[in-house]
Design a protein around this ligand. Structure first.
Ligand SMILES: C[S@@+](CC[C@H](N)C(=O)[O-])C[C@H]1O[C@@H](n2cnc3c(N)ncnc32)[C@H](O)[C@@H]1O
Length: 252
């Protein structure tokens, strides 16, 4: 029997905030270079103590930026998948739900949820901003959907979280991960949360994760008719703490 090389393609869920990482790498490099210049060529030129004091400070500042970049890349590559698995797993899906992922990016939560579905369906919407996730595009997400074997259960759409292209009471579950903080205006974020509430069926659930503003999300949810609003403790995969938030739409 002839042997053939088999290429196993793996899903790639992207690196978050590539612009921030680029800036941190530049600042980190500058800190290390200035630190080394102060500590070596300028050591005997500047007053005693000044070169070593500033040099060490710059060097450590530079190294701290590089460590932060390393932590953030590991967060994107490994930490997020672990948190998404845990959150979706905790929802104990029946398998027949209609699920929406708001700001799905490369499809991490969308695909994780779709793996729990049998007759259910999962829809991902996004505006595909490349500054929020490297290589962000509908095509890249479709490739992940196909590699992960969930193409029969998943649909992707262009759509903005602030004006979801769906009827009221359409979904059993709305998920969103590390997406809504990218809407910088507080009132615009509130619009997105009210949209999530609107498209949920009565009794439907929301499960969000984000690095900022989750206390605001909880407040808006309570004001817009969500019950059982629970915010988790912090998780430091991106250095800045991430919190998850679950809530259920009132049946009244
Ligand atoms: C950091 S990425 C996270 C992607 C994905 N949820 C994940 O966890 O890997 C943030 C995503 O939110 C999307 N996004 C930002 N603002 C949005 C908006 N107003 N409506 C829909 N998606 C948005 C970006 O395009 C990007 O795909």
């Amino acid at each position: 029997m002839s042997q053939q090389a088999v290429t196993v393609k793996r899903a790639d869920y992207g690196i978050d905030a590539p612009e921030v990482l680029r800036r941190f790498i530049l600042i980190g490099t500058a800190g290390i270079v200035v630190g080394l210049v102060l500590l070596y060529p300028l050591r005997n030129v500047l007053p005693p103590g000044l070169a070593s004091g500033f040099g060490n400070a710059c060097l450590w500042m530079g190294l701290t930026f590089f460590v932060t970049v390393g932590v953030m890349i590991c967060g994107s590559k490994f930490g997020k998948a672990r948190i998404a698995d845990k959150l979706i797993g905790s929802l104990a899906l029946r398998g027949d739900e209609k699920v929406l992922d708001v700001g799905c990016g490369h499809g991490l939560m969308l695909i994780t949820a779709a793996k729990h579905l049998r007759s259910g369906r999962a829809v991902g919407i996004d505006i595909w901003q490349k500054e929020d996730q490297a290589g962000n595009s509908m095509e890249a997400t479709l490739a992940n959907v196909s590699v992960e074997g969930v193409a029969d259960r998943v649909e992707l759409k262009d759509g903005d979280a602030r004006q979801l292209p769906f009827d009221d009471n359409s979904f059993d579950l709305v998920v969103s991960s590390w997406a809504l903080h990218n809407i910088y205006d507080k009132e615009e974020r509130a619009k997105a949360l009210r949209e999530i509430t609107r498209v949920l069926k009565p009794g439907g659930r929301a499960a969000l994760i984000d690095i900022q503003h989750t206390d605001q999300y909880a407040q808006i949810f309570r004001q817009s008719g969500m019950e059982n609003v629970k915010r988790s403790g912090p998780n430091f995969i991106f250095v800045i703490p991430s919190h998850s938030l679950t809530a259920t739409k009132s049946v009244q």
